[in-house]
Write a protein that binds this ligand. Structure first.
Ligand code: G4P
Length: 531
């Protein structure tokens, strides 16, 4: 294997998805601990401080102590080079969060054992399903009282429609948490709390064949329950099948506690073994082999205004094939230009490192003088192809935008269009009237504040946002077949068009979507726009 190929083969690029507070930050921190990227738990992403440290690019982040943008971390472990893409939660959830998943090859799903599947996990999960990427589940907080294990697995299967295959099985939870049974090794790994320390201590392992020792260690009651559950599990659980895992139809499940550092390393090892190396991406109907020596990449995120004085932007790119050499020129396909990327860097939790090279699977940030758009392709100068675009995801909150000083129309339109081009917001017009009325759609409500703040600070335009009650948006996949003006909708439906003139429908109620489809034979509505 060439050096380039072996570098690429050892890359694993994954996103962590979870509902806020399930323990994503804590788990990430423990991963970094194993990778030697940090020495002591709490030093990188202690919550309150880290939210500042991750990126203080925008004032609004500082003011609110949250990170608006998702960040990337790279570390080495056991011969693997791992890229973790963080997906921001809470109100800072945005379309970027979805796009981040387009840059990953697998996902780690963190679930709080006392809560099961929660809203945000469900949303992010949908994008993973669309991409058929493998999903590895870590059921966290077993040191707290948890839901029944079978119920938890059932919840994942029912809520998310993915089969589960437990890699290990918990013995009790909360104060009665004794450890996990490793189904592969057929032994019980006893619970130990190493929260304060560095790495997981040497855990005591008891083979289940040594029943006497097991009973004396975990107690009769826990042992009886374990034997009973294992019998049930062997009869009921899905068979492990790596092919099915890699297609995203079966999720291996591990139980543990990120905070007390139990079960984290086992999970890391398991999923690194099962996760794929960089997956091929499609360009013009053809798969581009990641091991191809020629560099190629696509832009999946644009982060504006990292340095206010320069109004600069950073484009985040996912390398899809070959090796990136910072000295070499690349072709920006959409811009039809051969150029050298400037200031290539890896954006770490609290620092930015200038890079000289990177490989397929890696995520890098490059300076963007305002020429890149989301979905653009970069490739070796001798090549010329475009990767499939990144879908536009359905916003869930809408507002009408009014500018307060009508004399500043030009700045207003320029500002709002530029911010929309970066992908932070989507803008729509009234179906019949056009630009006078602008409707903004966002995935997370914080983006409204970001919009207002940026228009005021960067473009000197004051706006007023008037919230609209719509919650569901649908693109009309086959709009050529319909006279949209005559569409039979529901009374809560509103017709709008995007900046490219594509018609869309907004609904207040979810059931109106189905009703509209019923009323208009052959109408196909979608939640994503493939552009
Ligand atoms: P997030 O990134 O998914 O939002 O979650 P995060 O890791 O920040 O964890 C949310 C809270 O849950 C934190 O407590 C964290 O310490 C706690 N936590 C994470 N994993 C476990 C676990 O395995 N067991 C228990 N018992 N708690 C866990 P916090 O009080 O909100 O924050 P902090 O003050 O501890 O940082």
């Amino acid at each position: 294997m060439s050096d380039i190929a072996s570098e690429i083969k050892r890359r694993r690029t994954f996103a962590i998805i979870s509902h806020p507070d399930a323990g994503k930050t804590t788990l990430t921190e423990k991963f970094l601990l194993y990778g030697g990227a940090i020495n002591l738990a709490g030093s990188v992403k202690g919550k309150a401080t880290a939210r500042h440290a991750v990126s203080d690019w925008m004032e609004i982040e500082k003011e609110r102590g949250i990170s608006v943008t998702s960040s990337v971390l790279q570390f080495e472990y056991d011969g693997y080079c791992i890229n973790i893409l963080d997906t921001p939660g809470h109100q800072d959830f945005s379309e970027d969060t979805y796009r981040t998943l387009m840059a990953a090859d697998s996902a780690v799903m963190v679930i709080d054992a006392s809560k099961g599947v929660e809203a945000q996990t469900r949303k992010l999960f949908k994008v993973c399903v669309m991409r058929h990427i493998p999903i590895f589940t870590f059921i966290n907080k077993m040191d707290r009282d948890a839901m029944d294990t079978f119920d938890l697995l059932d919840d994942i299967e029912k809520e998310l429609g993915i089969a589960t295959c437990p890699v290990n099985w918990p013995i009790g939870s909360g104060k009665g948490f004794k450890g996990v049974y490793d189904r592969n090794k057929q032994c019980v790994i006893c619970y130990s709390d190493t929260e304060k320390g560095t790495k997981e201590g040497i855990a005591t392992e008891i083979p289940v064949s040594d029943e006497a020792l097991l009973r004396s260690t975990i107690g009769d009651e826990a042992a009886d329950k374990l034997f009973e559950e294992l019998e049930l599990l062997d009869g009921a659980g899905a068979e492990f099948d790596l092919d099915v895992v890699q297609k995203g139809d079966l999720t291996p499940v591990c139980f543990g506690s990120a905070l007390t550092n139990f079960g984290v390393e086992i999970f890391l090892k398991h999923f690194l073994n099962m996760a794929t190396d960089p997956l091929p991406r499609i360009a013009e109907g053809k798969e581009i082999n990641p091991l191809d020596e020629d560099f190629s990449a696509f832009v999946f995120k644009i982060q504006a205004n990292m340095n206010k004085a320069h109004r600069d932007r950073v484009a985040f790119i996912r390398i899809c094939s070959g090796r990136y050499d910072a000295q070499a020129e690349v072709r920006h396909v959409q811009g039809n230009k051969v150029m050298r990327l400037s200031q290539p860097q890896q954006i770490m939790a609290d620092e930015r490192k200038i890079l000289s090279e990177a490989y397929a699977g890696d995520i890098i940030g490059v300076f963007d003088p305002g020429i890149f758009s989301i979905g653009d392709t970069l490739c070796a100068p001798k090549k010329n192809f475009k990767y499939e675009g990144i879908p536009t995801f359905a916003p869930e909150h809408f507002a009408r935008v009014r500018q307060l000083d009508t004399m500043k129309r030009k700045q207003f339109v320029k500002g709002i269009e530029q911010i929309a081009q970066e992908g932070a917001i989507q803008i729509f017009q009234e179906f019949n009237t056009g630009l006078e009325e602008i409707i903004v759609g966002v995935v997370g409500i914080l983006q409204f504040d970001v919009l207002k703040y940026r228009l005021e600070n960067e473009y000197n335009v004051e706006i007023k946002l008037e919230n609209l009650p719509y919650e569901h948006i649908r693109w009309i996949e086959n709009h050529q077949d319909f006279d949209v003006a005559k569409l039979q909708g529901t009374s809560d439906m509103k017709k709008v068009k995007d900046m490219k003139g594509n018609p869309l429908l907004l609904f207040i109620n979810a059931w109106s979507v189905g009703m509209t489809v019923d009323r208009n034979k052959g109408l196909i509505l979608t939640e994503f726009s493939k552009n």
